[in-house]
Design a protein around this ligand. Structure first.
Ligand SMILES: C[S@@+](CC[C@H](N)C(=O)[O-])C[C@H]1O[C@@H](n2cnc3c(N)ncnc32)[C@H](O)[C@@H]1O
Length: 426
């Protein structure tokens, strides 16, 4: 079966073509029940009852069980639905941003809420229990915490700001590389560039959950540190360092911003002062500085078309990790430091006019790095605009996708083209 390919067909059809014990990893975010209409026949998510919806998802999970290698891992992100609440839940979302092919459920679609009016249906929980009953081993019910989630108008309950990411396997022993996530950030072996400009967006640090901050110290314990240092570091652990490991190169960034908008025009359209902005346009290393996250988010909507290049730049500019210089108590292999806990504090990706429900790359980077070996095959049964495929290409994994919307597949192919071309060249 062809890899690095998105099949324009229902996921069950693609799965049926796959041989047994073939995939290394499955990562997906299925359409949530009764949330939106993607504008074509046969899509999942619009089944009249949630039981029919769950039966469809389980039929997919049964096929995945067959095609997954014994060492494989499965990661399913699922959101919930309130009986009668799905329309009001998204009342604040920006209609104009939504694709013309995609709309909220029309009032004349009559889902059967099975007498559970106003009730949170616990669809993710039902799905997860059904998977366990079918033989899956549930390894984690990861909380995806969305600090920037949509506000809700509802006044008799709390706003919902989390979803589940179920991590499942079919065997007790499977591929799992925690260090693939941990090493990069702790030991700093990835590209780390910092804005040298004072306006560097440190305000965010006040809201950091310290249990999630990675330690940057190379020492495993105090004795070890004493042996290597003249005395102790008085302020150890007090400093929090903000890093943006995915930043583009200086040239990539300056080429990008210059091709999108003249400096003078950007100055006219923002409240940021000209001297700060001028640093973003400089090709000389001494004069250049990246915009801090806040400045980037303040200007990005002025930078023209939301195409693959833009999405890539936006993701890299917004990828922030925090570290302390505290002792690295979790450096020994086998321990789970906070940074790789089952609580993932990852902002949602802003909706684009092309796809409303595309997920943040960070959300799939972790499962791919930890749950699939390099060169392994990742399958996304609901590929949408190709986020899973892009992360696979960036991290040397192969992908296969299914997606019923031709429109999304076209967007995904355009987005993936530069990566696939690059692979052919090298
Ligand atoms: C929540 S979106 C996935 C978004 C994707 N993760 C991204 O980042 O772009 C669900 C997708 O499933 C597609 N879809 C719905 N039913 C399907 C089916 N039976 N087989 C394959 N794709 C389907 C929809 O067209 C939609 O693009």
């Amino acid at each position: 079966m062809q890899t690095n390919q998105i099949y324009v067909e229902p996921c069950l059809e693609t799965l049926k073509k796959m041989p047994d014990n073939f995939l290394d990893c499955v990562i997906t975010s299925p359409p949530y029940w009764q949330l939106r209409d993607y504008g074509y026949e046969g899509q999942w998510g619009l089944e009249p009852t949630f039981n029919e919806y769950l039966e469809n998802l389980w039929s997919m999970m049964d096929e995945i069980y067959r095609v997954l290698k014994p060492t494989g891992t499965v990661w399913i992100n699922l959101g919930d639905t309130y009986a009668r609440g799905s329309r009001s839940k998204y009342a604040h979302s920006n209609e104009s941003l939504r694709s013309k092919h995609e709309k909220l459920i029309e009032p004349n679609t009559k889902p059967d809420y099975e007498g559970l009016d106003k009730c949170l249906l616990l669809i993710p929980h039902r799905f997860a229990i059904g998977c366990i009953d079918r033989g899956w081993i549930m390894r984690n019910d990861i909380i995806w915490a969305k600090r920037n989630g949509m506000p809700e108008s509802c006044r008799d309950r709390f706003t919902k700001k989390h979803e589940y990411f179920f991590f499942m396997t079919k065997s007790e022993k499977y591929y799992f590389d925690l260090d693939a996530i941990r090493d990069k950030s702790i030991y700093g072996n990835e590209r780390e560039r910092f804005s040298s400009h004072p306006n560097n967006g440190h305000s965010k640090k006040q809201n950091i959950d310290l249990s999630e901050v990675k330690t940057a110290s190379k020492y495993n314990n105090l004795e070890n540190e004493k042996d290597h240092r003249q005395g102790m570091h008085q302020l150890r652990g007090k400093n929090i360092i903000e890093k943006r490991p995915e930043l583009p190169s200086q040239k990539e960034f300056v080429d990008f911003i210059r091709s999108r908008m003249y400096l003078k025009r950007l100055v006219e359209h923002t409240d940021i002062n000209e001297t700060t902005i001028a640093h973003w346009y400089r090709y000389d290393e001494a004069g250049f500085a990246y915009p801090c996250v806040e400045d980037w988010n303040a200007i990005k909507n002025l930078l023209g078309e939301v195409d693959a290049e833009f999405i890539d730049m936006d993701t890299r500019m917004n990828h922030v990790v925090f570290e302390t210089d505290d002792i690295n108590k979790n450096a020994e292999r086998g321990k789970n430091p906070g940074s790789v806990s089952d609580f993932w504090d990852i902002p949602t990706k802003p909706s684009t006019k092309e796809h409303y429900a595309s997920y943040n790359d960070e959300l799939i980077r972790k499962p791919i790095l930890a749950g699939c070996p390099e060169g392994g095959i990742v399958y996304d049964p609901f590929m949408g605009t190709g986020s899973t495929a892009e992360v696979c290409l960036r991290s040397k994994r192969l992908y296969i996708g299914s997606e019923m919307s031709e429109n999304y597949v076209k967007i995904a192919e355009k987005r993936l083209e530069p990566f696939l071309m690059q692979q052919k060249l090298f």
